[in-house]
Design a protein around this ligand. Sequence first.
Ligand code: ATP
Ligand code: MG
Length: 214
Amino acid sequence: MITIVGCNKGGAAKTTTAINIAVGLALRGEETCLVDADFQRSASRWHAEREQAQILPLITLVEKRDNISPTLKSLDKKYTHVIVDVAGRNSRELITGSTVAHQIIAPHQCSQLDLDTLIELQQQLQSIRDLNPEIKAYCYQSMATTNPILREKERAEFLDFVKEFKELIPLNSVAHYRKVYRDVMTEGKSVLESSNENAKYEVLSLLEEVFKSC
Ligand SMILES: Nc1ncnc2c1ncn2[C@@H]1O[C@H](COP(=O)(O)OP(=O)(O)OP(=O)(O)O)[C@@H](O)[C@H]1O
Ligand SMILES: [Mg+2]
């Protein structure tokens, strides 16, 4: 199964989400390949840290740019899960990858600047579905507030905005803003390999919601 973690906004948590999903699936014992399709190479740098620290399970990482669809199709034959991290803009990798992917997870913060980019994503999805009608597209709230006073209101605002975009399914799972997501990144780890139970729960919920039947 090919999963693109992509959207048109920089810094929305694409790489963070892709890495945590890839480790989560690998911890389940499933053959998982992480594809770094972003010229910034954040996932590759994370992977280099992981290899150097000899953290298990091993995750296979493939770097590929431009037209990534033939590579994804061939990796899909070899791995149970192919998780693709793309650049945060209207990238060729997002478009070419989406023509062969089974699903897109699009992380977005609840900020007007992030959510405004859903308009572009919706237009891209309409074109992608002409070529790949079965593709599922999920919108994932990232870096949500943990402030108990603001939490519910922010979530309601997010859902209210996303419901205007019929091409996208809002996920019940949410990633809240937690320092541990940043800290583990520099250590080549996932939050699943940390002691932060809240962050672990968030990633496990995402896996359960999107990959439960896989
Ligand atoms: N839930 C979170 N809590 C706190 N910090 C987070 C969270 N998710 C991501 N971050 C941090 O936010 C920053 C941006 O995240 P990330 O690099 O995953 O985004 P991106 O969408 O891949 O960015 P780019 O468009 O540059 O590729 C990073 O410093 C990351 O550690
Ligand atoms: Mg990134």
